[in-house]
Design a protein around this ligand. Structure first.
Ligand code: CA
Length: 246
């Protein structure tokens, strides 16, 4: 459940947004002043901030910059009037999107969904490639190389491999994979995971009977291991070299 912080000094708007977003299954916290909002961003690390630009204690654009120095949280600014220069400055100062008052909760909810989707890409953009043995997985470019050679994966195969690599050495249950990769925390068939796992194995040149990276732990899940047994930090250099050779 995404957590939203609403920073808005107008009691009626704040209450209406809070009510509307709670009805849409968001965890909503509110702040009536800019400084209280900044404090909450740092302390509570919300998933999205809705920020009114017209606050009593601090200029909204200044506050926006202050939040940006402390956090990468997606920020949707709220403004009273359709004021283009302010919008441009807000977006330039690091706002992700904006809504103009008066607005409906449906619109805000849609914009929250959009920044959360983009936010995941943004987080990935900053993330370095993951390396386990000869396997390098880069979420930015969504590319995988094995011992320097490109591996062509379908979307869900990539997502599953990324999950396993990001938790290398740990057992990932099929239920967790269904929740993370297929967004099926409940329901869904573990067979889906099995099928993708078998495709992944084939593309990585291994099999369930002769595993290298992908090890099934019977009745529990899958564990991705480094078959070369080297420390991941040791293999980083050789993987880099392999990359530049492309
Ligand atoms: Ca205001």
């Amino acid at each position: 459940m995404p957590s939203i912080l609403v920073v808005e000094d107008d009691d009626a708007i704040r209450a209406a947004v809070q009510r509307g977003l709670r009805e849409r299954e968001h965890a909503v916290a509110t702040a009536a002043t800019g400084l209280a909002g900044l404090e909450q961003v740092i302390r509570d690390r919300p998933d999205v901030v809705l920020l009114d630009l017209g606050l009593p204690d601090i200029d909204g654009l200044t506050l926006l910059s202050m939040i940006r120095t402390a956090s990468d949280v997606p920020i949707i600014v709220i403004t009273a009037q359709d004021d283009d220069p302010t919008m441009v400055r807000a977006l330039d100062s690091g706002a992700d999107d904006y809504v103009v008052k008066p607005f409906g909760t449906d619109q805000v909810a849609a914009r929250i969904r959009a920044v959360l989707r983009r936010g995941r890409g943004g987080a990935a953009a900053a993330a370095p490639a993951l390396r386990v043995g000869g396997l390098v997985i880069d979420e930015r470019s969504r590319t995988v190389t094995l011992d320097g050679a490109g591996v062509d994966l379908a979307r869900k195969e990539f997502d599953l491999l990324h999950l396993l690599v990001s938790r290398a050495g740990e057992v990932v249950t099929k239920r967790e994979a269904l929740a993370e990769v297929w967004q099926q925390a409940y329901g869904g068939s573990e067979r889906t995971v099995d099928v993708h796992l078998s495709w992944l194995r084939r593309k990585l040149g291994e099999s369930a009977a002769a595993p290298r990276y992908l090890h099934s732990v019977r009745g529990v899940g899958i564990r991705l291991v480094d078959p070369t047994g080297t420390d991941p930090s040791d293999s980083a250099d050789s993987a880099d070299n392999a990359d530049t050779g492309d």
